[in-house]
Design a protein around this ligand. Sequence first.
Ligand code: PLP
Length: 363
Amino acid sequence: MKIPMARPLIDEETRQAVLEVLASGRLAQGPRVLEFEERFAEWNEVPFAIAVSSGTAALLLALMALGVGPGDEVITTPLTFAATANVVLFVGARPVFADIDPMTLNLDPEAVERRITARTRAILLVHLYGNPCEMEAFQELTERYGLALIEDAAHAPGALYQGKPVGSFGIGCFSFYATKNITTGEGGMITTSDPRLARRLRMLRDHGQSAKYVHEILGLNFRMTELQATIGIGQLIHIDSWNARRRALAAIYDARLRGVDKLAITPRSTPVYHLYTIRVPAGLRDVLRQRLEEAGIETGVHYPIPLYRQPLYQRLGYNDSLPVAERATQEVLSLPIHPALREEEILYVIETVNTLMDELMGG
Ligand SMILES: Cc1ncc(COP(=O)(O)O)c(C=O)c1O
């Protein structure tokens, strides 16, 4: 048995629709991109959605549209993919790392508040593994200190906080990378309720054009193709049932895994389990991972190094040591979860983990 972490699902109608786009001759941003944006906006309960070429592009454009730049600070989490913080460096601003909550591993609002200075422009939070952040606390903070709120929702399309979709609280940034809950191969989406910001974002992704060959501001090419959008439209039809399936699988893991710590879900929220991540005592995590690999079970470590310890950040002089994040990077292990995971596969993963943990803890 070989069980992968993720398995993209593309239905037959979508395959046919992609072939039709290929035959149509219109391959770059056009009517399918517009349709995908409209459908995504409606589904995510926001007035505006802007499709872009990746989740990284979404984050970068969000900062550019807000005018974040040199001299500004953006507070974010050290337990995330590098894209989240690297985009802040790219616009010439400084990512400031705050520690995370030990139960959920999402950014800790109190730790964030302690890092706010006169230079802080925005909070860039990540709904880690598909579990929403404590949005009430973050909204309160951004209002009190007059900060922008950017939500890295790469892991969390469809996740709800108090019944409201993530990405609809601040500026939402989504990724449609191949392993994500919604995929277009590569791709991304930005959501906002602000019409002026939406207009700016549309220009920024298309060389700052307000009309053909009228370059109003400095932008780049971050457009999505018609092929990607066609796949995205096909994904939106299924995403709610796929997310429900992820929750059902997570419930099976929750009920049956023994000897490992599970993460807490933010109260009053509905997660979408982009990843199902457990904690294993530090010395055992990598041994368990190796043994699972030998048993045909692919796992992941999200993420192995707090961002401030990455060589890039060390060279920039970062010397943070945030204890909760430090410990999490030693302990986290993500198990396979995706809507195509079969009952017998998840039961095999659970049995293998339980048996190995008994053995490792006993010996
Ligand atoms: C938390 C997070 N943010 C941002 C990104 C960047 O998205 P992309 O790969 O689509 O550029 C990713 C993932 O790949 C991610 O996991």
